[in-house]
Design a protein around this ligand. Sequence first.
Ligand SMILES: CC(C)(COP(=O)(O)OP(=O)(O)OC[C@H]1O[C@@H](n2cnc3c(N)ncnc32)[C@H](O)[C@@H]1OP(=O)(O)O)[C@@H](O)C(=O)NCCC(=O)NCCS
Length: 239
Amino acid sequence: MFKMLREDIRTTFAKDPAARSTWEVLCCYPGLHALWLHRLAHFLWRHRLRFLGRLLSQLSRFATGIEIHPGASIGHRFFIDHGMGVVIGETAEIRDDVLLYQGVVLGGTTLEKKKRHPTIGNNVVIGAGATLLGPITIEDGARIGAGSVVVQSVPPGATVVGVPGRAVAEERRAVLDLEHGRLPDPVSEAIKHVLEEQEHLAQRLKRLEQSLKVHGVPAEDEPPKEPPQSREDQSMAHG
Ligand SMILES: CC(C)(COP(=O)(O)OP(=O)(O)OC[C@H]1O[C@@H](n2cnc3c(N)ncnc32)[C@H](O)[C@@H]1OP(=O)(O)O)[C@@H](O)C(=O)NCCC(=O)NCCS
């Protein structure tokens, strides 16, 4: 058991760059408190002490703002950052090395008493405020963008964003987990596009002018060439 507690503390340091000391982690991380209380509540639930399990889960919710049903199963090195507003339903299954941010909901879409909550694979990251609904599977290594609503299973390694969740093209995926600071800047992309188009048009115009020149038509900024004067015209001009 102590091995697991140490592992949870190490996970907090690994997943939150703001964590400074073990005391800070022990006292100031509601995600860690909720996880430990959930482990106890889950133990009670599995040993048919269901009411006690539920009661503990509600006390944990009161203290941390994180609601994890005691029936939910959670693997190793799980971490909830910030935590407030997280809801994890009864039949949710979470495998190892999963990272959740505040406001994540792993919810159900049916009132039937069957598997009705998501299954989350290994190494999955779920951004703040994302809502995942139904008995879907988020495969290993997938990432769910902040604020997304996901109602369909997600393949391994995919990044899903938006409402409803759509997969982001593979080549757009960044190397790090938390690259929300590198979201593309649409204004600079639009300016870049306009400049490229302008360059393209300038090249085209240049080619057109060159081909017109071959046929003797002057470019717009060149003065039109005077036709060569005959001898009669020249003598009239002088006389
Ligand atoms: C999804 C996420 C993991 C980034 O994935 P990524 O593969 O690096 O994606 P990119 O940043 O290259 O963005 C790819 C596309 O998804 C869009 N996108 C990224 N995150 C999005 C989000 N949360 N909601 C909607 N669209 C999003 C981008 O605008 C971009 O769209 P485009 O292809 O039309 O230009 C990240 O944006 C995210 O949401 N992380 C969660 C972090 C978090 O919740 N932190 C809380 C700290 S308190």
